[in-house]
Write a protein of this length. Structure first.
Length: 193
């Protein structure tokens, strides 16, 4: 249910909504909707009653603790960071260089991340995504109701997947190169009728 809210000081409110014409010049698409407001209040009550904010902080710390350890054994892991259940892992070229890494990154910057994201989904049914175009940063945003067992499952699957991707087997590299080619839109000529 889409819901929006705007909070402001009394001084700002008085300056913006000082007359009837100004009162309608600023607003929210979702504000005049009783159902959305009821859903928003119910959501806030559920967050409080279930302690989901505290739970997210606790399980986010567990996730960080378990995955920060990946920096040492994996040369391709540059950093692991997060806040609450917003989590990311950044990949880097292995120290000493790698011809395969350089080839992948020359074709499409950030392509190594696909060697992790696709098998995570295909083999473990874990949906994650790249943090942005051309970035070797994988991000995950687990739901607030995630359990410790879910965190353990994710960490195990991620560790296995990174270990495989770091070796860059030919089949994975072929897949990545095919994906990079598929992602490029062919140039089309305009044809006049």
């Amino acid at each position: 249910m889409p819901v929006g809210a705007l909070l402001m000081s009394a001084g700002v409110y008085d300056g913006v909504f000082d007359s009837l014409p100004n009162a309608v010049s600023h607003g929210s698409t979702f504000a005049p909707n009783d159902l959305a407001m009821v859903a928003g209040l119910a959501t806030l009550r559920e967050l409080d009653e279930q302690g989901l904010v505290e739970r997210a902080a606790r399980l986010g710390e567990l996730l960080l603790e378990r995955t920060r350890a990946f920096v040492e054994p994996f040369e391709v892991v540059a950093d692991v960071r997060g806040l609450g259940l917003m989590w990311a892992i950044e990949f880097q070229e292995p120290p000493g260089g790698s011809r395969t890494w350089k080839l992948l990154e020359r074709i499409q910057p950030g392509l190594f991340s696909q060697l992790v994201i696709v098998p995570l989904f295909r083999d473990h049914r874990i949906l994650s995504q790249v943090a942005g175009h051309g970035l070797n940063v994988l991000k995950a945003l687990p739901p607030l109701v995630v359990t410790e067992e879910d965190v353990d499952w994710f960490v195990t699957a991620l560790e296995e997947t990174i270990a495989r991707a770091e070796k860059m087997p030919r089949a994975l590299v072929r897949f990545a190169l095919g994906a990079a080619r598929a992602g490029r839109s062919p140039r089309r000529k305009l044809v006049r009728a």
